[in-house]
Design a protein around this ligand. Structure first.
Ligand code: MRU
Length: 353
């Protein structure tokens, strides 16, 4: 499916198919993929056709639904066996850092457990329930983003220039966004704000995606390269930083796109508040601190090329951690759908559940 006029969407379930906007092709093309197999969906997550922690969770839930409706299993037992042997493990292998992936898969597993424990569960109703649960996860994620946006908007003064890193917008969630949800809610509350988007090397989520979706909403946005953030802070051009998160440990340490840690340290040096906006599905109370968060390492090609253009000499290696961890001491506040919490985070984070 190719370009559509009018309103766009990140992903949706339609006619036993997962439709998603192929983010690799933005901003040049609005092209939607129509996925009918778990393998295709898993590859779409791996290659970042869909990305951003909450959106990955929504996509994974739809992957389980896809596995269920497209399966040839003839009874409930056989379907569950197939989901456990093939579908869940394949989806779990896609991306390790975003905890929303595992959160969503756990939620689908719990539903299967609940339904099959009840007497008289049949194949059709199990399939239907899995599709409905995946759609509910998407819908709730959108609602959570709106709620956390409203809570976070109170942190944004009129006239503020907000620096953000990567894309934590509608494209990274079921819709509306986390960091960009805060921006959108501030605009809806009547504040005049502008966004400074780090381009976010190597895959340019800030330049390609944050700029694209804010421009679509007529929210003023300017892009700078990652290395410019410190200089612009020093010149007094940044009032606050808001970023998303891929996983928040129990002590408030935050994993997010590589480069976030540097932004946080710079913000501290310049006395600029550094906020993290994320739904509770991004909080992982099972991990005591950030050092336990698995950090995805990606391939050389993403650094060695820009588009078709080779920028590294043959034979030169790269380092490619896709995320870093910002220690909680650099985080001014964490915004969730339950409101704004401040340091010390440990108790406040537990209190959210
Ligand atoms: O590699 P990506 O593009 O999936 O990384 C995304 C980020 O780091 C986002 O900031 C994070 O997932 C929060 S999205 C609301």
């Amino acid at each position: 499916m190719s370009e559509r006029a009018g309103q766009w969407f990140t992903l949706r379930w339609r006619d036993d198919t997962v439709e998603l906007l192929d983010q690799r092709r933005l901003p040049g093309e609005e092209h939607y993929l129509e996925l009918t197999t778990v393998e295709d969906l898993a590859q779409a997550i791996e290659c970042l056709a869909i990305r951003g922690a909450p959106a990955i969770g929504c996509a994974a839930a739809m992957g389980v639904a896809l596995g269920a409706v497209r399966s040839a299993a003839s009874d409930v037992g056989a379907l569950i066996e197939e989901l456990e042997a093939q579908v869940f493990p394949r989806l779990e292998r896609t991306r390790p850092t975003a905890v929303n992936l595992f959160w969503a898969l756990d939620r689908m597993r719990e539903l299967i457990g609940r339904l099959t424990a009840a007497p008289g569960s049949d194949l059709d109703s199990l399939r239907r329930a899995l599709v409905e649960e995946a759609q509910r996860i998407l819908e709730q994620d959108r609602e959570n983003c709106r709620a956390l946006g409203r809570a976070g908007a109170s942190l944004v003064p009129d006239g503020a220039c907000i620096l953000t890193h990567c894309n934590a917008g509608a494209l990274a969630t079921g819709g509306y966004g986390t960091a960009l949800g805060v921006v959108r809610a501030a605009v809806e509350a009547g504040r005049s704000v502008s966004v400074l988007a780090d381009e976010t090397r190597p895959l340019l989520q800030g330049a390609r995606l944050t700029a694209w979706e804010l421009q679509r909403d007529s929210i003023p946005v300017t892009v700078c390269t990652d290395g410019m953030a410190g200089y612009l802070m020093q010149r007094g051009e940044v009032d606050l930083v808001v970023v998303g998160a891929d996983r928040i440990a129990a002590n408030g340490d935050v994993a997010n796109k590589i480069g976030t840690y540097g932004v946080a340290v710079l913000a501290r040096e310049h006395g600029i508040p550094f906020y993290v906006a994320a739904p509770r599905s991004t909080i992982d109370l099972a991990l005591p601190g950030g050092e336990a968060i698995p950090i995805e390492e990606r391939g050389r090609e993403e650094i060695a090329r820009i588009g078709e253009h080779v920028i590294l000499p043959d034979g030169v290696g790269v380092r490619q951690p896709a995320f870093d961890v910002t220690p909680a001491r650099f985080v001014t506040a964490i915004v969730t759908e339950r409101g704004v919490i401040r340091s010390p985070f440990e108790e406040a984070l537990r209190g959210l559940f």
